[in-house]
Design a binder for this molecule. Structure first.
Ligand SMILES: C[S@@+](CC[C@H](N)C(=O)[O-])C[C@H]1O[C@@H](n2cnc3c(N)ncnc32)[C@H](O)[C@@H]1O
Length: 210
């Protein structure tokens, strides 16, 4: 929960406009990371028209909305487990007329669809615990945007690529490309990074969607 001191005004709900997206939120109840601005803008341009995107940790629509408004996906499935964040997610979908976004309330492990995703967004530092969910959501070829924290000089970007290669293999996918970039400095000696990792299914897979 964000730490906020209310100094003046009628409340803590606000509207923030960024790159053509209107985010309504209560700064006392949900996070909004100013340091992730370039990543939100980048995500809005990265998806290809017609894709199905699954956002496992959608929050108020930080990545789902820029993708939906700027990249013309066919469908964005946005999973969010926190009821307050989910309320703002639904409000922001309506406020931005982002009809391609389908909000699903609950733990992504339970509510994410199977076998439909061209792209999976994992904007959470516990993303490593949900890679099985991402691979289950994937089509034969998928790009996963995997967020992580790298601690100290020992953990380099290779740490992330190695983890993704290993977990991909475990799920039957092979890693064909991984680009790791720094999003921001998170705290001293800790970097917030995101890997754009493309996988292809190494075996035959039955695709079903729900
Ligand atoms: C840290 S926020 C996302 C921040 C965002 N990446 C940004 O740029 O500001 C992560 C969101 O994931 C949600 N969340 C955490 N675990 C979840 C889960 N298992 N299933 C669905 N949503 C989850 C949290 O409620 C929160 O709204």
């Amino acid at each position: 929960m964000p730490e906020v001191r209310w100094l003046w005004g009628g409340g803590t709900e606000t509207v923030l406009r960024e790159d053509g997206v209107r985010f309504r939120l209560d700064v006392r109840q949900v996070m909004f990371s100013a340091g992730n601005v370039s990543e939100r803008i980048r995500m809005g341009r990265i998806s290809r028209p017609g894709e199905t995107v699954v956002d496992l940790f959608a929050g108020i629509g930080y990545f789902s909305l820029p993708i939906a408004l700027h990249s013309k996906p066919e469908r964005v499935v946005a999973c969010e487990a926190n009821p307050v964040a989910f309320h703002y997610l639904e409000d922001n979908i309506a406020g931005n007329r982002a009809g391609a976004v389908e909000a699903r309330f609950g733990d992504c492990r339970a509510v994410a669809p199977d076998g439909v995703a061209d792209r999976v967004v994992m904007g959470h530092f516990d993303a490593d615990r949900y890679l099985d969910v991402a691979f289950r959501a994937a089509r034969h070829r998928v790009t996963i945007h995997f967020h992580a924290l790298l601690r100290g000089p020992d953990q380099g970007t290779g740490t992330v690529s190695d983890l993704l290669r290993r977990e991909g293999q475990r799920a039957g996918f092979s890693l064909s490309d991984a680009q790791v970039r720094i999003v921001k400095s998170y705290r001293p000696h800790v970097r917030h990074v995101v890997a754009d990792a493309t996988f292809v299914w190494a075996e035959t897979k039955d695709i079903c969607s729900r």
